[in-house]
Design a protein around this ligand. Sequence first.
Ligand SMILES: [Zn+2]
Length: 201
Amino acid sequence: MKHSYIIVHHTGAEEKDAERVRRYHLSLGWRDVGYNFVVERDGRVVNGRSLDIPGAHCLAAGMNHRSIGVALIGNLDNHPPTRPQVETLPSLLWSLAHRFGIPTEHVLGHREVPGAATACPGRFVDMTALRRALGGRAKAPQPDAPVSGGRRDAPVLPEIPAPLLWRVQAGAFQSREAAERQARRLRDLGIDALVVAPEDI
Ligand SMILES: [Zn+2]
C-alpha cells in the first residue's frame, strides 16, 4: 500500500487509553483498531493497525487504502486536546510525513476529505494551523526517519480557536451500541457518521 495522505481523527469518545479504543473496534468485528496510531491524553503514541493492511478510519475518497490514520483520544468537539497531545501530534505527523514523503498539504483532518460528512477531528483541532506548523518541512522522503512522538526539532501546534460549527444530528441513544448501529446504517447509505459520547463519560 502506498501511503500518500495522513488523516487526523479524534476518537469522538472519552476512552481511557488506546487499548480501550482497540477493544471497542474489535467488538465491532474489525480485525484490529481502525487507526494506525493513537495519541493518548498523556501524549503517548500507541501503534495501532499495521500499515501493511488497509485502515478502517476513513471510507471517503478511498482513504483507507492510501492514507495513515492518526487519532487523538477524546471528543475534541467538546474540549481541546490535552497539552501533551498538542505537543505530540505535530511531531508524530512530521515524522510520518517525512518518512513516507507525504507533502504537508496531504495532511488532512477527516472532515476535509472529499465526501466525508463529519466534524472529525472536532472543532478544537485547527487543521490549517496544524499544517502551517508543519510548514514545508515534510517534503522529502526519508525512509530511515524514526516514527516517534519525541522529536525535539518538530514544530508545536499553535493554539488557534476553531470556529463554532453547526452539526447534523441523526439520533440520540442511551447505549453506545445503538448509536453505533445507527452510524453504521448511515455509513451504509454513504453518509459518514460520527458517534459523539455524552460529555460526562
Ligand atoms: Zn475521523
